[in-house]
Structures are given as C-alpha cells and as structure tokens.
Design a protein around this ligand. Structure first.
Ligand code: URA
Length: 430
C-alpha cells in the first residue's frame, strides 16, 4: 500500500524485482537453446487472447516459450483463467514439470507457484482486492520478476493504453513501458515494448471459454463460414487479433534470429496456421497441461464444433440495437466490466469463476447496422441479465448516422525502443 501511495523509483523497482526473482527458483536451460528462449507479456486488456494464439505458433517457429502468465485483474481477463476453462487443464506446475513440458512441447503457459516467483503469487493475488493494481513499481516488478526467473533471452511487452487500460494517457503508458524495458534489460533480457490501443475489445469474445473458442478460430486456417475469404464477422474479429499477434511475435522471431524481417516473420507464422501445425501444437500443449486426449481432440479437430468439451453458460440472450447507423464505439472497459459482473472475473480472491459467461460481439467498429440488429450475445448463468450489466452494455455501444472515417487505425501506437517497421535489429546487430 505504501508503494501504491508513494511510488518507487527505478532503483527501488529493480531491487524489489530482484528480491521477487530470488523468492523462488530461477530456471536454467540447455546451452543449445541459448538465444532461443523468448516470452511475451501484456499489461492487461479486454478480450486479450493473444498469448493463447501466439504461444503455439512461436513454438512451431523454433523458439522456446516458458510463459509464466497471470490471472485476471479486476475487469481485465487473465490467460491462466482462460486456459483453466478447458476441462482438466492445470496451470500450477513445479519447475521440474515446467521444464519437461517446454522440452516436450516447446512451450508452456503456467502461473507462479510456492517455489517459483512465490512473491508474485502472493502479491498478485491480493492486488485487485486491495486496490494496488495501478502502481508502476508493482506492475513492473510483477511482470519482470516472472520473466527473469524464467531465464528468457528476449521479451516483448504489450503495454496497453486507452479506455480499458490502466493508463488512458499515452505518456503514462510510455513511462511504464520504459521502466519495464530498463529493468528487464538489467536482467540481461533484451526487451521491446509495444504501446497498443485498448479502447475497443480485442476480437469479438470476452470471457474465459468464449475466448478459448475465438483463439481456436484464429488457429484454424479455413473458416467454415466464409472459406478463407475473411469476410464474415468471425474472420474480421480474428484479423484484429492476428494484427497484434504478428506485431508482437514477428519482433520476437527477428530478435531470436529466426527471421530477418517482419514480413518474413509474418509469412512463417501464417504458414504454421495454414499447415495445421499451430493447432496441433496447441493440442499438445493442453494435453501436456492436463486435458484428456479426448477433450483436446474435440477442441482442436477443425471439423468439429469447438464448443464440444468447453463449459457453456446456462443462458444466451441477444441484445438488439435501438437505432440504425454506423458503429462508432464499442467501449472495452464497459464490456470488460459487464463480463466481470456476469462472473467471468473475481471480486474476492477466492471467488470461483463462471467459465462460460461473457460476451460475444456481433458487430465491428464501422459496421452499418439496422434497428433491431443483434449487436451482442450475452452468455449468463443467472436467469436474466443483471440490471447493472444491462446498463453497462447500453452505454458501451455508440451508433451515429455518419460513417466512421478513422476505421483502420493500427493497434500499435509506438515501439520502445523504436525499430524500423520492416526490419528488426537482430541479436547479432545489437
Ligand atoms: N501482469 C502481471 O503479471 N502483473 C501485473 O501487475 C499486471 C499485469
């Protein structure tokens, strides 16, 4: 609480981070993997399922990802909660099993334990209920301690900025990004941060198992609705996710010397989706983390309905639009809060999550819509949608008569430290 109120300077943050790393074991890896150990971490978003898609893809490209991720904080979702919505999947591994999984599958997605960054496990678990989330010292030490204990060579950070991010102001987001880059460089992790827009949800799904389904759609090359023409609503949702994924993953592949340009990275990553390798790697990952072969097959077989084998909410209610026009805004914070209030996130540390609840958007920014069109499907376990959720959702969408002209803004606002857009500095040229 003192840190939240008074703040920490750079040196204090570095010291806290070091103490957190040393609170548990530090991983070491075979000498032959030197320069190939990578990871990505986000400061917390709404609809952010990037890690679920990115990790298996990167593993197929030849790098190793011992990802130690986080749970949801407040209305922002957590990768670990999403993964745990898959029946049987565990995210608490001792370091021996963690290393074995990375050895077998090339990746893992787990959480801190009592022997691995236990200080972060303890602090992270109480931060949202003690209102100590918004603190640069605590965020930087939480994120960087996990990465330093993982023993990675390269790190990419996705620092969110906008309505649903901790920082609405770009200057403040940049300050956090610079702090994390500096601190992790101090641990010999070559780190890049992207400042990315977090005004609108990423993709269409918000909520744990709903986001698993969307991640699986991104890993499947041919969309059953529109082939691979990318014209249907689901593909448009996936495009948004893939833009961020290629930006983040592309840089890691360049840094690790796997590729020379972002274009080459993108081609390689896309190739793993097209060939089905990425989906197969996701299947192996969830089996290694506890899912049965049967559950994994049902989820990852492109010819099946992804929903088989995942928790579903008791009810789905369509919300319609009361006016016609163009979609100008879908407020990520209001959507995140609505999903949180439905039970997708915690209000107390020991809350049990309702894995199937959440939102499925039916429109994208800029879409022309008619009165009566359904804009969101609300997945809920309660008999009716709670009034506060309805009120949040009514205010979350903004429809105007005129077309939206600023539609194709990239999610990436800034890269720290800057690189050129087509090529990345490789390890050897740094
Ligand atoms: N992710 C973390 O691991 N820690 C934070 O404090 C915020 C996001």
């Amino acid at each position: 609480m003192a840190i939240r109120w008074k703040g920490l300077n750079r040196q204090e943050t570095a010291c806290l981070t070091e103490a957190m790393v040393k609170s548990g074991e530090v991983l070491t890896w075979p000498e032959s993997w030197k320069g190939k150990m990578v990871d990505k971490h986000s400061s917390g978003g709404v609809g952010d399922k990037i890690s679920l898609v990115l990790v298996p893809i990167l593993a197929c490209c030849g790098v190793k990802i011992p990802m130690v991720s986080g749970r949801g904080l407040g209305y922002t979702g957590g990768t670990l909660d999403k993964l745990e919505s898959i029946p049987g999947v565990k995210v608490s591994f001792d370091t021996k099993d963690l290393k074995e999984t990375v050895g077998k599958v090339g990746c893992c997605v787990v959480g801190p334990t009592d022997s691995f960054v236990p200080a972060d496990k303890l602090l992270y678990g109480i931060r949202d209920v003690t209102d100590t989330v918004k603190s640069n010292g605590l965020i930087a030490s939480s994120i960087v301690s996990k990465k330093a204990a993982e023993g990675v060579d390269f790190l990419i950070l996705d620092v969110k900025c906008g309505k649903a991010a901790l920082y609405k102001d770009q200057g403040e987001a940049e300050e956090l990004a610079r702090l994390m880059v500096d601190i992790s460089n101090g641990f010999n992790i070559d780190t890049t941060a992207l400042i990315t827009r977090m005004d609108h949800p990423i993709g269409l799904a918000i909520g744990n198992s709903l986001e698993i389904v969307e991640a699986l759609r991104c890993l499947r090359w041919n969309c059953p609705v529109c082939g691979d023409l990318n014209t249907c609503i689901q593909c448009r949702g996936c495009k948004d996710i893939k833009e961020l994924m290629y930006e983040l993953g592309g840089r890691l592949l360049c840094k690790a010397g796997v590729t020379k340009t972002m274009k080459e990275s993108r081609g390689m990553m896309e190739g793993t989706i097209r060939s089905g390798e990425a989906m197969e790697r996701f299947r192996k990952l969830i089996v290694a983390q506890g899912a049965t072969e049967d559950t994994a097959k049902r989820l990852c077989d492109p010819s099946t309905d992804f929903w088989m084998g995942l928790p579903k909410a008791k009810q789905i209610t369509d919300l319609q639009l009361q006016q016609e026009g163009y979609v100008h805004d879908i407020d990520a914070q209001k959507c995140g809060k609505a999903s949180w209030k439905l039970g997708a996130g915690r209000t107390k540390t020991d809350d049990i999550l309702q894995f199937g609840v959440g939102l499925e958007l039916q429109v994208c920014l800029g879409d022309k819509i008619r009165k009566g069109d359904v804009w969101v499907k609300v997945h809920h376990d309660s008999d009716t949608i709670p009034a506060e959720v309805l009120s949040l959702l009514e205010k979350a969408i903004v429809v105007k008569d005129q077309e939206l002209t600023t539609l194709h803004r990239s999610r990436v606002i800034k890269v720290i430290p800057p690189d050129s857009s087509n090529t990345c500095a490789t390890r050897s040229s740094l």
